[in-house]
Design a protein. Structure first.
Length: 255
């Protein structure tokens, strides 16, 4: 009886005759898979990230915005985001990919900023420049991420050229839509000049951002922003100019 049982164990061994199963051992406890047998594999659950990708992008955006692309190192990004170098590379792959993600976030925020401008006609344009005026006053070292970074990349950089073209097109379309809305309301003095004026305002806006970034004379930049607002106000028809004056933005000390 004992001989027959030993032969039966050898015949049923998954690797063939001549091998025997140890007590308490089964084919499923072996890490290898055997031919002709369906052995269940251990399922590994994906690891949950210990950080918020949105928060990391926001912090990287602030770093690139203030320091510029060339002035930002991986050490700066690890310091601002709180992640290790390995985690940053795992999330982005490279510093350039981190910038691209930051640019996408910046464009999304900028679209929200100008969302109401095209609906409010000339008042929307005035509000946009007033907001720019306050931004320049409180954070002159920032400027505009798109304008700042555009100067750091050669014209042949196709990826960033497309991003900047989308940004420039968004500005022009915003001003054009606002001017068209103003014409529909009957407050624009010369609707036929809407296209030319939209490009003119886009040039002023980008120029103010660029000048604010590297200017030592902040008062001159603010004076030119005021001149742009006054010019937009001059495009109103006389019947629409009998309105209370635009309140000046409050400018407390930045210290």
């Amino acid at each position: 009886m004992s001989k027959n049982w030993s032969r039966l164990k050898r015949e049923r061994h998954p690797l063939g005759a001549g091998r025997s199963l140890r007590q308490g051992s089964t084919p499923w406890s072996h890490p290898r898979s055997y031919s002709g047998m369906n052995i269940p594999k251990r399922v590994r659950m994906p690891r949950t990230k210990a950080f918020s990708p949105a928060d990391v992008v926001d912090r990287a955006l602030q770093t690139f915005w203030q320091r510029g692309y060339r002035g930002t190192s991986m050490e700066h990004l690890t310091s601002s985001t709180g992640l290790s170098r390995s985690s940053l590379y795992a999330e982005y792959g490279s510093k350039r990919n981190a910038l691209d993600r930051a640019v996408d976030r910046y464009l999304d925020d900028f679209r929200l900023t100008v969302a109401r401008t095209d609906e409010d006609g000339l008042s929307g344009i005035v509000s946009l420049f007033a907001g720019l005026e306050e931004s320049i006053y409180f954070k002159p070292e920032y400027g505009c991420l798109m304008v700042n970074t555009r100067a750091e990349f050669p014209p042949g950089d196709q990826a960033y050229s497309r991003s900047y073209a989308a940004y420039d097109d968004l500005i022009v379309r915003t001003f054009r839509t606002a001017l068209d809305s103003s014409a529909i309301l009957g407050e624009l003095d010369d609707p036929e000049q809407a296209s030319v004026r939209s490009h003119h305002l886009a040039t002023i806006l980008v120029g103010l951002f660029a000048q604010a970034r590297g200017s030592n004379d902040l008062s001159t930049v603010l004076l030119r922003a005021e001149a742009a607002i006054d010019q937009v106000e001059s495009w109103r028809r006389r019947s629409f100019k009998q309105r209370p004056g635009r309140p000046r933005p409050l400018r407390p000390s930045r210290d």
